[in-house]
Design a protein around this ligand. Sequence first.
Ligand code: AMP
Length: 282
Amino acid sequence: MLIFNRQAALSDHLKSVSTPNTTIGFVPTMGALHKGHLSLLEESLQNNDLTVISIFVNPTQFNNAEDLEKYPRTLESDVEKIKKLHPGIVVFAPSVEDIYEGKTVSQHFNYDGLENQMEGKFRTGHFDGVGTIVKRLFEIVKPTNAYFGEKDFQQLQIVKKMAQKQQLPVNVIGCPIFREANGLAMSSRNERLTNKERQDAAVIYQTLKTAKTKFGTETAKAVADWVQETFKNIPGFELEYFEIADEDTLEPLEQKNTNKHYRAFIAVFVNKIRLIDTISLN
Ligand code: AMP
């Protein structure tokens, strides 16, 4: 299996094995791989000649030093999982130095307001960090298709906007959320939960599903109030936000319009671990 730690070596390799018609599928990740990540790789394997995965815990997208420090790093077992799925997948696992060349700072992006909602409000600078790393990785890998999970739906919309505005020749493709048996969205951060917390965290998706049902007959405000109340009564869980928003603009819903697609978004702290999830309301 090929594992590259330096961008120059990866670029040289991809150039040497590509023809003008070669399609490259790309899955950017921060590692601690789970079945959600593997489902993105499967989608890429099915639709491209070559598949590249990056494993890089990107410091500029973290607004919380403890979250960055405690983020799980499990490169060896990640590589085993990738090899088992398909040994032809190319792994790119660079150092911070190789990517940022001594200047670990973000570029500033304008995503037409997508960045001012939800994660953007609560994680200052997060989407500048995401745009910076994804643009960098797109320039290095030059993918035909890039796969992102709908679990980070705001990130997916932001990456699509960034690629369009920067005129990067890549198709950004959204993939469905992979869940644990109890409904909890798979996440590398789940590894930091105790077994009990992991079981109890099923309430997050259960709440989203009930919110979806309620949205059929109730206003967005009534649904949001119900979610707030629900989390007030769960010890150890702290709701950061619950929002019903337009899928395209990510602006909070004010008046239901039958032509639009809506989605509910949630961020919850389980003790100090921050989990997010989302559900389509259409
Ligand atoms: P991360 O390593 O958390 O940055 O995630 C890398 C990619 O995997 C992102 O596009 C995520 O949206 C996606 N992803 C993370 N969790 C899941 C999941 N449970 N189902 C599908 N995709 C996911």
